[in-house]
Design a protein around this ligand. Structure first.
Ligand SMILES: [Zn+2]
Length: 137
């Protein structure tokens, strides 16, 4: 059977959440390069992240589910600056040097927050924030 890349992830946890969503909808899928990224996150950029592979006949449905999940997520995390839902959760490369902490937290407790700094980036106004940020006024 042919498999197509539905999405890529730079975090083991995000990749598994997405795969779990698809599996619960009976989508035939698996993660490629998961081991490379988990063992040495520094190589994540080199291999292009963890790839979520989906059986070719199910790719349409899979993308639909992933889009839906993303939209729900965005609606729960609107931009505090302009209120837009056009927000994405991204890694900040300059803070990605703490890969050992990430590795340890993944190995010891897959549910622990990632040590790598990730921020929400608003594509409408360019504002960046993390979910600990609270409105001061
Ligand atoms: Zn904004």
């Amino acid at each position: 059977m042919d498999f197509i890349i539905a999405s890529t992830y730079d975090s083991y946890i995000d990749a598994h959440l997405a795969m779990g969503n698809l599996l619960s909808e009976d989508i035939n899928c698996w993660l490629k390069d998961e081991n490379t990224v988990t063992i040495d996150p520094v190589l994540t950029n080199a291999v292009g992240g963890i790839k979520l592979m989906v059986a070719a006949p199910q790719i349409g449905r899979a993308l639909e589910i992933l889009q839906q999940t993303k939209r729900q997520y965005q609606e729960q995390h609107p931009c505090p600056n302009c209120g837009s839902a056009n927000v994405e959760y991204i890694s900040t490369p300059k803070k990605a040097s703490n890969w050992l902490g990430t590795f340890v937290s993944v190995v010891l407790n897959a549910g622990a927050p990632m040590a790598v700094k990730k921020v929400y980036h608003c594509f409408d106004c360019g504002f960046e924030f993390d979910d600990a940020v609270k409105k001061t006024e």
